[in-house]
Ligand binder design. Sequence first.
Ligand SMILES: [Zn+2]
Length: 469
Amino acid sequence: MDKPTGAKLRALAALAVVALASGACGDRLVEPLVNNVYRGKNGPDRQTVKSYAEFHKSLLIIDLHADSLLWNRSLLFHSKAGHVDLPRLVAGNVAVQVFAVATKTPSATNAPVGARLPHHNPKKQRKCRRADTLNPTGLLNAVQFRPFPTWSDLEERALNQARRLRRLAKQSKLDFKAGRATAYLKVIETFKDLESVLRKRRAGIKVVGALLAVEGVHWIPKDATTAQVKAAVGRLYTAGFRMVAPTHRFQNSLGASSEGCDQVAGLTSLGVEFLRAAEAGNMIVDLAHGSDKTIKDGALPRTGPAVFSHTGIRDWCAIGKDRCSIERNPSNAAIQAVVGTGGVVGVGYWPDAVGRHWDNIVGAFAHLHGILSRPAFKKKMQRLKGKGVYDPFDHIALGSDFDGTVRVPVDTSRLIELIAALATYKGGDSGLKFSKTAIRKIAGLNACRVLASRLPRGSPQKAKELCTP
Ligand SMILES: [Zn+2]
Protein backbone atom coordinates (compact mmCIF):
# COMPACT_ATOMS: atom_id res chain seq x y z
CA MET A 1 0.00 0.00 0.00
CA ASP A 2 1.37 3.34 -0.84
CA LYS A 3 0.94 6.97 -0.90
CA PRO A 4 -2.49 8.56 -0.90
CA THR A 5 -2.37 12.32 -0.61
CA GLY A 6 -3.41 14.01 2.63
CA ALA A 7 -6.66 15.12 0.98
CA LYS A 8 -7.37 11.56 -0.15
CA LEU A 9 -6.70 10.21 3.30
CA ARG A 10 -9.07 12.70 4.86
CA ALA A 11 -11.71 11.78 2.28
CA LEU A 12 -11.08 8.09 2.97
CA ALA A 13 -11.43 8.56 6.72
CA ALA A 14 -14.57 10.67 6.36
CA LEU A 15 -16.16 8.18 3.99
CA ALA A 16 -15.21 5.30 6.22
CA VAL A 17 -17.00 6.91 9.15
CA VAL A 18 -20.06 7.72 7.03
CA ALA A 19 -20.16 4.17 5.72
CA LEU A 20 -19.88 2.75 9.23
CA ALA A 21 -22.71 4.96 10.41
CA SER A 22 -24.92 3.97 7.50
CA GLY A 23 -24.01 0.31 7.70
CA ALA A 24 -23.08 0.39 4.02
CA CYS A 25 -20.33 -1.74 2.58
CA GLY A 26 -17.51 0.75 3.09
CA ASP A 27 -15.05 -0.03 0.36
CA ARG A 28 -17.63 0.16 -2.42
CA LEU A 29 -17.68 3.84 -1.66
CA VAL A 30 -14.02 4.28 -0.88
CA GLU A 31 -12.13 2.17 -3.42
CA PRO A 32 -13.20 4.01 -6.58
CA LEU A 33 -11.88 7.20 -4.99
CA VAL A 34 -8.41 5.90 -4.26
CA ASN A 35 -7.63 3.08 -6.71
CA ASN A 36 -8.19 4.33 -10.19
CA VAL A 37 -6.81 4.43 -13.69
CA TYR A 38 -5.88 7.71 -15.38
CA ARG A 39 -5.35 8.31 -19.07
CA GLY A 40 -1.62 7.83 -19.58
CA LYS A 41 -0.09 10.14 -22.18
CA ASN A 42 3.03 9.78 -24.33
CA GLY A 43 2.65 6.03 -24.72
CA PRO A 44 2.32 3.81 -27.79
CA ASP A 45 -0.86 4.11 -29.88
CA ARG A 46 -3.49 1.40 -30.00
CA GLN A 47 -2.19 -0.16 -33.22
CA THR A 48 1.35 -0.40 -31.85
CA VAL A 49 0.08 -1.94 -28.62
CA LYS A 50 -1.85 -4.52 -30.64
CA SER A 51 1.28 -5.47 -32.57
CA TYR A 52 2.81 -6.73 -29.30
CA ALA A 53 -0.04 -9.14 -28.57
CA GLU A 54 1.89 -12.30 -29.48
CA PHE A 55 4.99 -11.18 -27.60
CA HIS A 56 2.91 -10.30 -24.52
CA LYS A 57 1.24 -13.72 -24.65
CA SER A 58 4.64 -15.41 -24.72
CA LEU A 59 5.87 -13.70 -21.53
CA LEU A 60 6.12 -15.07 -18.02
CA ILE A 61 4.74 -12.15 -15.98
CA ILE A 62 5.23 -11.77 -12.23
CA ASP A 63 4.16 -8.71 -10.29
CA LEU A 64 5.79 -8.27 -6.89
CA HIS A 65 3.18 -6.22 -5.04
CA ALA A 66 -0.57 -5.61 -5.03
CA ASP A 67 -2.73 -4.59 -2.06
CA SER A 68 -5.93 -6.15 -3.37
CA LEU A 69 -6.63 -8.06 -0.12
CA LEU A 70 -7.30 -4.75 1.55
CA TRP A 71 -10.64 -4.52 -0.26
CA ASN A 72 -13.76 -6.56 0.29
CA ARG A 73 -14.73 -7.28 -3.32
CA SER A 74 -14.26 -10.89 -4.34
CA LEU A 75 -11.08 -11.24 -6.33
CA LEU A 76 -12.62 -14.11 -8.28
CA PHE A 77 -14.97 -11.88 -10.28
CA HIS A 78 -14.31 -9.08 -12.69
CA SER A 79 -14.78 -5.72 -11.00
CA LYS A 80 -14.84 -2.18 -12.28
CA ALA A 81 -13.18 -1.08 -9.05
CA GLY A 82 -9.44 -1.21 -8.41
CA HIS A 83 -6.81 -2.87 -10.54
CA VAL A 84 -6.61 -6.59 -9.79
CA ASP A 85 -8.93 -9.62 -9.79
CA LEU A 86 -8.59 -13.09 -11.24
CA PRO A 87 -10.24 -12.36 -14.62
CA ARG A 88 -8.05 -9.29 -15.06
CA LEU A 89 -4.90 -11.21 -14.06
CA VAL A 90 -5.77 -13.75 -16.74
CA ALA A 91 -6.39 -11.01 -19.33
CA GLY A 92 -3.03 -9.45 -18.42
CA ASN A 93 -1.28 -12.84 -18.75
CA VAL A 94 0.03 -12.62 -15.18
CA ALA A 95 1.52 -15.90 -13.96
CA VAL A 96 2.17 -14.91 -10.36
CA GLN A 97 0.81 -12.03 -8.30
CA VAL A 98 2.30 -11.19 -4.93
CA PHE A 99 -0.55 -10.15 -2.63
CA ALA A 100 0.68 -7.93 0.17
CA VAL A 101 -1.03 -7.37 3.47
CA ALA A 102 -0.94 -3.91 5.05
CA THR A 103 -2.40 -3.56 8.53
CA LYS A 104 -1.70 -0.01 9.59
CA THR A 105 -1.08 3.13 7.54
CA PRO A 106 -1.19 6.26 9.68
CA SER A 107 -1.83 9.47 7.82
CA ALA A 108 0.94 12.05 7.48
CA THR A 109 0.96 14.86 10.03
CA ASN A 110 3.13 17.89 10.65
CA ALA A 111 6.55 16.72 11.77
CA PRO A 112 7.09 16.98 15.53
CA VAL A 113 10.00 18.96 16.98
CA GLY A 114 13.14 16.87 16.65
CA ALA A 115 11.91 14.90 13.64
CA ARG A 116 14.80 13.86 11.39
CA LEU A 117 13.79 14.10 7.72
CA PRO A 118 17.02 14.30 5.71
CA HIS A 119 15.40 14.20 2.28
CA HIS A 120 12.63 16.62 3.06
CA ASN A 121 11.61 18.90 0.19
CA PRO A 122 12.10 22.43 1.60
CA LYS A 123 9.27 23.74 -0.58
CA LYS A 124 6.77 21.51 1.20
CA GLN A 125 5.52 21.50 4.77
CA ARG A 126 7.49 19.05 6.91
CA LYS A 127 5.30 15.99 7.28
CA CYS A 128 5.90 12.46 8.48
CA ARG A 129 3.97 9.44 9.74
CA ARG A 130 3.70 8.37 13.36
CA ALA A 131 2.18 5.26 14.87
CA ASP A 132 -0.35 7.26 16.86
CA THR A 133 -2.08 9.24 14.09
CA LEU A 134 -5.35 8.30 12.38
CA ASN A 135 -5.14 4.86 10.74
CA PRO A 136 -7.53 4.60 7.76
CA THR A 137 -6.69 0.90 7.28
CA GLY A 138 -8.12 0.16 10.72
CA LEU A 139 -11.27 2.14 9.94
CA LEU A 140 -11.63 0.32 6.66
CA ASN A 141 -11.49 -3.04 8.45
CA ALA A 142 -14.33 -1.96 10.69
CA VAL A 143 -16.59 -0.64 7.93
CA GLN A 144 -16.01 -3.84 5.98
CA PHE A 145 -17.35 -5.77 8.97
CA ARG A 146 -14.32 -8.03 9.04
CA PRO A 147 -14.16 -10.32 12.08
CA PHE A 148 -14.16 -8.37 15.33
CA PRO A 149 -10.62 -9.42 16.48
CA THR A 150 -9.20 -7.73 13.35
CA TRP A 151 -10.56 -4.35 14.44
CA SER A 152 -7.92 -3.91 17.08
CA ASP A 153 -5.39 -6.75 16.69
CA LEU A 154 -2.94 -6.04 13.86
CA GLU A 155 -1.52 -9.55 13.74
CA GLU A 156 -5.03 -10.97 13.53
CA ARG A 157 -5.73 -8.47 10.73
CA ALA A 158 -2.78 -9.88 8.74
CA LEU A 159 -3.61 -13.53 9.44
CA ASN A 160 -7.26 -12.91 8.53
CA GLN A 161 -6.23 -11.61 5.11
CA ALA A 162 -4.02 -14.65 4.59
CA ARG A 163 -6.94 -16.95 5.41
CA ARG A 164 -9.10 -14.95 3.02
CA LEU A 165 -6.66 -15.51 0.15
CA ARG A 166 -6.62 -19.25 0.89
CA ARG A 167 -10.41 -19.37 0.88
CA LEU A 168 -10.50 -17.53 -2.45
CA ALA A 169 -7.97 -19.96 -3.93
CA LYS A 170 -9.93 -22.97 -2.64
CA GLN A 171 -13.22 -21.62 -4.00
CA SER A 172 -11.64 -20.81 -7.36
CA LYS A 173 -10.32 -24.38 -7.70
CA LEU A 174 -13.77 -25.79 -6.91
CA ASP A 175 -15.36 -23.48 -9.49
CA PHE A 176 -12.72 -24.46 -12.03
CA LYS A 177 -13.20 -28.19 -11.46
CA ALA A 178 -16.97 -27.83 -11.70
CA GLY A 179 -16.66 -25.92 -14.97
CA ARG A 180 -18.02 -22.70 -13.47
CA ALA A 181 -14.75 -20.82 -14.07
CA THR A 182 -12.04 -20.95 -16.71
CA ALA A 183 -9.18 -20.05 -14.39
CA TYR A 184 -8.14 -20.49 -10.77
CA LEU A 185 -5.78 -19.13 -8.14
CA LYS A 186 -3.16 -21.21 -6.40
CA VAL A 187 -1.34 -20.05 -3.27
CA ILE A 188 2.41 -20.49 -3.69
CA GLU A 189 4.24 -21.56 -0.55
CA THR A 190 7.08 -23.70 -1.86
CA PHE A 191 9.29 -24.04 -4.91
CA LYS A 192 7.13 -26.99 -5.95
CA ASP A 193 4.01 -24.81 -5.97
CA LEU A 194 5.73 -22.27 -8.19
CA GLU A 195 7.00 -24.99 -10.50
CA SER A 196 3.55 -26.54 -10.72
CA VAL A 197 1.91 -23.19 -11.61
CA LEU A 198 4.43 -22.49 -14.35
CA ARG A 199 4.27 -26.04 -15.77
CA LYS A 200 0.46 -25.94 -15.88
CA ARG A 201 0.49 -22.55 -17.56
CA ARG A 202 2.91 -23.89 -20.18
CA ALA A 203 0.39 -26.69 -20.76
CA GLY A 204 -2.33 -24.11 -21.37
CA ILE A 205 -4.11 -24.37 -18.00
CA LYS A 206 -5.20 -20.98 -16.72
CA VAL A 207 -3.85 -20.94 -13.20
CA VAL A 208 -2.49 -17.82 -11.51
CA GLY A 209 -0.04 -18.17 -8.63
CA ALA A 210 -0.63 -16.03 -5.54
CA LEU A 211 2.16 -15.37 -3.07
CA LEU A 212 1.52 -13.77 0.32
CA ALA A 213 3.60 -10.85 1.56
CA VAL A 214 3.37 -8.60 4.58
CA GLU A 215 4.45 -4.96 4.75
CA GLY A 216 5.02 -3.84 8.32
CA VAL A 217 5.17 -6.31 11.21
CA HIS A 218 3.96 -3.80 13.79
CA TRP A 219 2.71 -6.19 16.44
CA ILE A 220 6.06 -7.33 17.83
CA PRO A 221 6.49 -5.49 21.16
CA LYS A 222 9.66 -3.51 21.89
CA ASP A 223 10.60 -5.83 24.73
CA ALA A 224 10.01 -9.09 22.80
CA THR A 225 12.40 -11.93 23.51
CA THR A 226 14.21 -13.88 20.80
CA ALA A 227 11.77 -16.73 21.32
CA GLN A 228 8.82 -14.37 20.84
CA VAL A 229 10.31 -12.94 17.63
CA LYS A 230 10.87 -16.44 16.28
CA ALA A 231 7.34 -17.43 17.24
CA ALA A 232 5.93 -14.37 15.40
CA VAL A 233 7.92 -15.32 12.28
CA GLY A 234 6.66 -18.89 12.66
CA ARG A 235 3.02 -17.75 12.74
CA LEU A 236 3.53 -15.71 9.56
CA TYR A 237 5.16 -18.69 7.89
CA THR A 238 2.38 -21.06 8.91
CA ALA A 239 -0.18 -18.59 7.55
CA GLY A 240 1.61 -18.78 4.19
CA PHE A 241 3.59 -15.53 4.11
CA ARG A 242 6.75 -15.87 2.04
CA MET A 243 7.81 -12.23 1.63
CA VAL A 244 8.28 -9.88 4.57
CA ALA A 245 8.97 -6.16 4.88
CA PRO A 246 9.70 -5.39 8.55
CA THR A 247 8.43 -1.81 8.41
CA HIS A 248 5.81 0.01 6.39
CA ARG A 249 5.14 3.75 6.51
CA PHE A 250 6.07 4.56 10.12
CA GLN A 251 8.63 3.48 12.67
CA ASN A 252 7.87 0.30 14.59
CA SER A 253 9.81 -1.85 17.04
CA LEU A 254 11.73 -3.47 14.16
CA GLY A 255 13.02 -0.30 12.57
CA ALA A 256 12.61 3.00 10.79
CA SER A 257 10.56 3.81 7.72
CA SER A 258 11.43 6.07 4.81
CA GLU A 259 8.30 8.08 5.67
CA GLY A 260 8.47 7.92 9.47
CA CYS A 261 9.46 10.82 11.72
CA ASP A 262 13.02 9.56 12.22
CA GLN A 263 14.28 8.71 8.77
CA VAL A 264 17.89 8.75 9.96
CA ALA A 265 17.37 5.71 12.20
CA GLY A 266 17.66 2.18 10.84
CA LEU A 267 16.85 -1.32 12.03
CA THR A 268 16.66 -2.10 15.73
CA SER A 269 18.37 -5.19 17.11
CA LEU A 270 14.91 -6.75 17.22
CA GLY A 271 14.53 -5.96 13.52
CA VAL A 272 17.81 -7.72 12.76
CA GLU A 273 16.66 -10.75 14.77
CA PHE A 274 13.34 -10.74 12.94
CA LEU A 275 14.95 -10.66 9.51
CA ARG A 276 17.47 -13.39 10.35
CA ALA A 277 14.61 -15.60 11.53
CA ALA A 278 12.61 -14.83 8.37
CA GLU A 279 15.64 -15.61 6.23
CA ALA A 280 16.22 -18.89 8.04
CA GLY A 281 12.59 -19.73 7.29
CA ASN A 282 13.07 -19.21 3.53
CA MET A 283 11.09 -15.99 3.46
CA ILE A 284 12.09 -13.27 1.01
CA VAL A 285 13.33 -10.06 2.63
CA ASP A 286 11.60 -6.99 1.19
CA LEU A 287 13.18 -3.61 1.93
CA ALA A 288 10.49 -1.43 0.37
CA HIS A 289 9.59 1.33 2.87
CA GLY A 290 12.79 0.89 4.93
CA SER A 291 14.97 3.92 5.72
CA ASP A 292 18.39 4.17 4.03
CA LYS A 293 20.18 3.10 7.21
CA THR A 294 18.15 -0.11 7.42
CA ILE A 295 20.59 -1.66 4.98
CA LYS A 296 23.68 -0.55 6.92
CA ASP A 297 22.15 -2.07 10.05
CA GLY A 298 22.13 -5.53 8.58
CA ALA A 299 18.81 -5.88 6.77
CA LEU A 300 20.32 -7.65 3.79
CA PRO A 301 20.01 -11.43 3.85
CA ARG A 302 23.26 -13.37 3.98
CA THR A 303 22.12 -16.37 2.03
CA GLY A 304 20.22 -15.10 -0.97
CA PRO A 305 18.54 -12.28 -2.82
CA ALA A 306 16.51 -9.46 -1.25
CA VAL A 307 13.96 -7.32 -3.07
CA PHE A 308 12.42 -3.92 -3.26
CA SER A 309 8.95 -5.27 -4.03
CA HIS A 310 7.39 -1.97 -5.15
CA THR A 311 9.33 1.20 -5.48
CA GLY A 312 10.38 4.25 -7.41
CA ILE A 313 13.89 5.66 -7.55
CA ARG A 314 14.88 8.69 -5.46
CA ASP A 315 17.49 9.77 -7.99
CA TRP A 316 14.80 9.82 -10.70
CA CYS A 317 12.48 11.90 -8.51
CA ALA A 318 15.35 14.27 -7.73
CA ILE A 319 15.56 15.38 -11.35
CA GLY A 320 12.15 16.96 -10.98
CA LYS A 321 9.61 14.34 -12.02
CA ASP A 322 6.13 15.61 -11.36
CA ARG A 323 4.74 14.29 -8.04
CA CYS A 324 7.52 11.73 -7.65
CA SER A 325 8.43 11.44 -3.95
CA ILE A 326 12.05 11.80 -2.91
CA GLU A 327 11.32 10.54 0.62
CA ARG A 328 9.31 7.49 -0.39
CA ASN A 329 11.90 6.02 -2.71
CA PRO A 330 15.31 4.47 -2.05
CA SER A 331 18.75 5.92 -2.73
CA ASN A 332 21.13 4.61 -5.38
CA ALA A 333 23.25 3.05 -2.63
CA ALA A 334 20.25 1.15 -1.22
CA ILE A 335 19.22 -0.03 -4.68
CA GLN A 336 22.74 -1.19 -5.48
CA ALA A 337 22.98 -2.99 -2.13
CA VAL A 338 19.81 -4.98 -2.82
CA VAL A 339 21.00 -5.81 -6.33
CA GLY A 340 24.34 -6.86 -4.82
CA THR A 341 22.52 -9.75 -3.13
CA GLY A 342 21.36 -10.95 -6.56
CA GLY A 343 17.95 -9.44 -5.87
CA VAL A 344 15.52 -7.36 -7.88
CA VAL A 345 13.97 -3.91 -7.80
CA GLY A 346 10.23 -3.99 -8.55
CA VAL A 347 9.45 -0.69 -10.24
CA GLY A 348 5.96 0.74 -9.78
CA TYR A 349 3.85 2.85 -12.14
CA TRP A 350 2.19 5.30 -9.76
CA PRO A 351 3.07 9.02 -9.60
CA ASP A 352 4.81 9.04 -6.20
CA ALA A 353 7.16 6.33 -7.41
CA VAL A 354 8.06 7.49 -10.91
CA GLY A 355 5.96 10.50 -11.96
CA ARG A 356 2.97 10.52 -14.28
CA HIS A 357 2.55 9.26 -17.85
CA TRP A 358 4.35 6.65 -19.90
CA ASP A 359 7.50 8.61 -20.69
CA ASN A 360 8.18 9.03 -16.95
CA ILE A 361 7.28 5.43 -16.12
CA VAL A 362 9.48 3.87 -18.78
CA GLY A 363 12.10 6.57 -18.14
CA ALA A 364 12.32 5.34 -14.54
CA PHE A 365 13.03 1.78 -15.69
CA ALA A 366 15.77 3.16 -17.95
CA HIS A 367 17.14 5.35 -15.16
CA LEU A 368 17.34 2.34 -12.87
CA HIS A 369 19.31 0.52 -15.56
CA GLY A 370 21.67 3.50 -15.59
CA ILE A 371 22.18 3.32 -11.81
CA LEU A 372 22.99 -0.38 -12.11
CA SER A 373 25.42 0.30 -14.97
CA ARG A 374 27.62 2.86 -13.21
CA PRO A 375 31.26 1.79 -13.78
CA ALA A 376 32.27 1.24 -10.13
CA PHE A 377 29.16 -0.81 -9.38
CA LYS A 378 29.42 -2.75 -12.62
CA LYS A 379 33.02 -3.62 -11.78
CA LYS A 380 31.99 -4.80 -8.32
CA MET A 381 29.18 -6.97 -9.74
CA GLN A 382 31.49 -8.44 -12.38
CA ARG A 383 33.95 -9.36 -9.66
CA LEU A 384 31.11 -11.03 -7.73
CA LYS A 385 29.49 -12.86 -10.64
CA GLY A 386 32.38 -13.36 -13.02
CA LYS A 387 33.37 -11.28 -16.03
CA GLY A 388 30.71 -10.77 -18.65
CA VAL A 389 28.00 -12.38 -16.53
CA TYR A 390 26.53 -9.28 -14.91
CA ASP A 391 23.61 -7.75 -16.78
CA PRO A 392 21.77 -4.82 -15.10
CA PHE A 393 18.56 -6.01 -16.79
CA ASP A 394 18.74 -9.13 -14.56
CA HIS A 395 17.76 -7.02 -11.56
CA ILE A 396 14.73 -5.04 -12.73
CA ALA A 397 11.20 -6.34 -12.11
CA LEU A 398 7.56 -5.24 -11.92
CA GLY A 399 6.19 -3.88 -8.64
CA SER A 400 2.88 -2.29 -9.53
CA ASP A 401 1.44 -1.48 -6.08
CA PHE A 402 -1.94 -2.10 -7.73
CA ASP A 403 -4.92 -1.53 -5.40
CA GLY A 404 -2.62 0.25 -2.93
CA THR A 405 -4.49 3.57 -3.09
CA VAL A 406 -2.67 4.54 -6.28
CA ARG A 407 -3.56 6.08 -9.62
CA VAL A 408 -2.00 4.21 -12.51
CA PRO A 409 -2.35 4.36 -16.30
CA VAL A 410 -3.41 0.71 -16.62
CA ASP A 411 -4.97 -1.98 -14.47
CA THR A 412 -3.45 -5.45 -14.58
CA SER A 413 -5.58 -6.53 -17.55
CA ARG A 414 -3.83 -3.91 -19.70
CA LEU A 415 -0.22 -4.78 -18.89
CA ILE A 416 0.39 -5.20 -22.61
CA GLU A 417 0.50 -1.39 -22.76
CA LEU A 418 3.45 -1.32 -20.37
CA ILE A 419 5.17 -4.03 -22.43
CA ALA A 420 4.61 -2.01 -25.63
CA ALA A 421 5.77 1.20 -23.92
CA LEU A 422 9.03 -0.50 -22.88
CA ALA A 423 9.53 -2.06 -26.31
CA THR A 424 9.03 1.25 -28.14
CA TYR A 425 11.07 3.41 -25.75
CA LYS A 426 13.21 5.73 -27.83
CA GLY A 427 16.16 5.72 -25.46
CA GLY A 428 15.89 9.14 -23.81
CA ASP A 429 19.20 10.80 -22.92
CA SER A 430 20.95 7.49 -22.38
CA GLY A 431 20.03 5.93 -25.72
CA LEU A 432 19.02 2.77 -23.86
CA LYS A 433 16.67 0.36 -25.65
CA PHE A 434 14.71 -2.49 -24.10
CA SER A 435 15.27 -5.57 -26.25
CA LYS A 436 12.74 -8.40 -26.18
CA THR A 437 15.22 -10.39 -24.09
CA ALA A 438 15.46 -7.53 -21.58
CA ILE A 439 11.66 -7.20 -21.41
CA ARG A 440 11.29 -10.96 -20.77
CA LYS A 441 13.61 -10.59 -17.79
CA ILE A 442 11.86 -7.49 -16.41
CA ALA A 443 8.36 -8.90 -16.94
CA GLY A 444 8.94 -11.99 -14.84
CA LEU A 445 12.07 -14.09 -15.36
CA ASN A 446 14.02 -12.07 -12.78
CA ALA A 447 11.29 -12.25 -10.14
CA CYS A 448 10.94 -15.95 -10.92
CA ARG A 449 14.65 -16.43 -10.22
CA VAL A 450 14.34 -14.76 -6.81
CA LEU A 451 11.22 -16.71 -5.81
CA ALA A 452 12.61 -20.02 -7.03
CA SER A 453 15.92 -19.48 -5.22
CA ARG A 454 14.37 -18.45 -1.90
CA LEU A 455 11.16 -20.45 -1.52
CA PRO A 456 11.31 -23.60 0.64
CA ARG A 457 13.01 -26.40 -1.29
CA GLY A 458 14.13 -23.95 -3.96
CA SER A 459 17.73 -23.21 -4.95
CA PRO A 460 19.65 -21.04 -7.42
CA GLN A 461 20.21 -24.12 -9.56
CA LYS A 462 16.49 -25.00 -9.64
CA ALA A 463 15.75 -21.34 -10.39
CA LYS A 464 18.05 -21.50 -13.41
CA GLU A 465 16.16 -24.52 -14.75
CA LEU A 466 12.67 -23.17 -14.06
CA CYS A 467 13.00 -19.52 -14.97
CA THR A 468 13.84 -19.81 -18.62
CA PRO A 469 11.81 -18.32 -21.47
ZN1 LIG B 1 3.78 -0.26 0.17
